[in-house]
Every structure is written in C-alpha cells, then in structure tokens.
Design a protein around this ligand. Structure first.
Ligand SMILES: [Fe+2]
Length: 174
C-alpha cells in the first residue's frame, strides 16, 4: 500500500523541521500511498508511518466525523496533506470571528508548534500528518466551570470535541 523505500527516504532528516517542511513531507508521502488499497471497514484508523528523532508521521482514515477539539502539540509543528475527502483547521481565536479553513483532496497546510488549533474531519477523509519534533504530549483545552483548562493526552490517545468551549464560541457568534 505504501512504498517503504520512499517512506524511509522521506522520513530521513536531521534536527527539527519547519511547518512548511512538515507539509512538504506529508505531500511526498501522499504520492506513495495507494488509497484504493486502504481498509474501508470500521470507524477509521490511525497508522504510524514513522517516528524518528526529527519527526513522526501518521496516515489517518476517518469513516465517521472527527472533531479533535482545541489542542496544542506541546511545541511540535504539523504539516497536513488531504488525500481524500475534506478536513478543516481552526486556530483558537479570542476576541474575533472564528477562522475555519477547509481543505480538499490534494491540498495541504501547516500549523506552528506554538499554536492551539482544532481539526474537523468529514466522514471518508484520508489525511497524512507530519509532526516535528516528534509528539510528546497533546494538550487538550476545554472550559470547566467557565474556566479554561488544559488536559495532557498521550500522542497515541485520540482527543474529542471541546464541548463547553465550542458552545461558548457558538453563543458569542450568535
Ligand atoms: Fe493538531
């Protein structure tokens, strides 16, 4: 399904990558993925493509809607490439309108390691995510009794929607 030799050559790097370099690696990996061979059963899957000292990469298949909630990468930047379907990216904006950017098949974007964002994946989306340096922690944000709190997740542990924070933004927008 994936050309292992190409994967190894794309993964090879020394030191941390820029957000743009992460997006470029995600694009290069996408060129070697035979998406017709992907498993279409189940709710979706996350496959670790590589994890080395410089970066790590995941191939994600989303069979159901997936909202990550607002989160940070504890300093790791990310480059995302959409192979199939639709995914959107939203930085956490305070005191202004929401900034949701939507990406379709063949499009990519990057996000800085200092940022807080949320991603929404429509059912059927197939995405590649490259993080650098490799993920240590995902910091997930939500409101608890009206106060913003951060909860640390393992990089292998999926996060869910920021329910109360999302509601607060929706009320502000209406
Ligand atoms: Fe993220």
């Amino acid at each position: 399904m994936i050309d292992e030799a190409l994967l190894q050559s794309v993964a090879a790097a020394e030191g941390p990558l820029s957000p743009e370099q992460c997006a470029e690696k995600a694009r290069l990996v996408a060129a070697s993925v035979d998406s017709a061979a992907l498993d279409r059963a189940g709710v979706g899957d996350a496959m670790l493509l590589w994890r080395n000292e410089s970066s790590e990469a995941w191939l994600n298949t989303w069979r159901e809607p997936r909202d990550t909630g607002y989160h940070d990468h504890d300093g790791s930047c990310v480059g995302v490439h959409v192979l199939e379907g639709v995914a959107s990216n939203e930085p956490l904006v305070i005191g202004g309108p929401r900034r949701i950017s939507t990406y379709g098949a063949g499009e990519s974007f990057s996000f800085p390691g200092s940022g807080i964002h949320r991603m929404d994946h429509e059912p059927g989306a197939v995405t590649i995510h490259v993080y650098s340096p490799p993920l240590r922690v995902i910091g997930h944000y939500d409101l608890v009794d009206g106060a913003l709190q951060r909860r640390a997740f393992s990089p292998d542990e999926p996060t869910g929607p920021s329910g109360a924070l999302n509601d607060a933004f929706s009320e502000r927008a209406s």
